[in-house]
Write a protein that binds this ligand. Structure first.
Ligand SMILES: [Zn+2]
Length: 66
């Protein structure tokens, strides 16, 4: 099975965010996202943000240096 041609490396933040968007879970509301974060019960703080690409909410790990 031949490999598909590689796409040009994105050099814009918009494309990077779109890629992140596709790999993340989407939530319809901030409340849904935060409920899911609580359910995950991870040791790291999770933050919900509204995605500029899809308009839904995603979770991101918030590191101290942010
Ligand atoms: Zn998104």
């Amino acid at each position: 099975m031949p490999r598909p041609p590689r796409q040009p490396k994105p050099d814009s933040g918009q494309l990077y965010r779109d890629r992140a968007c596709r790999s993340k879970r989407r939530f319809r509301t901030q409340g849904d996202a935060l409920d899911a974060a609580a359910a995950l019960n991870l040791e790291r703080e999770r933050k919900a943000y509204q995605c500029p690409c899809c308009g839904h909410w995603h979770l991101t790990t918030r590191f101290p240096e942010d």
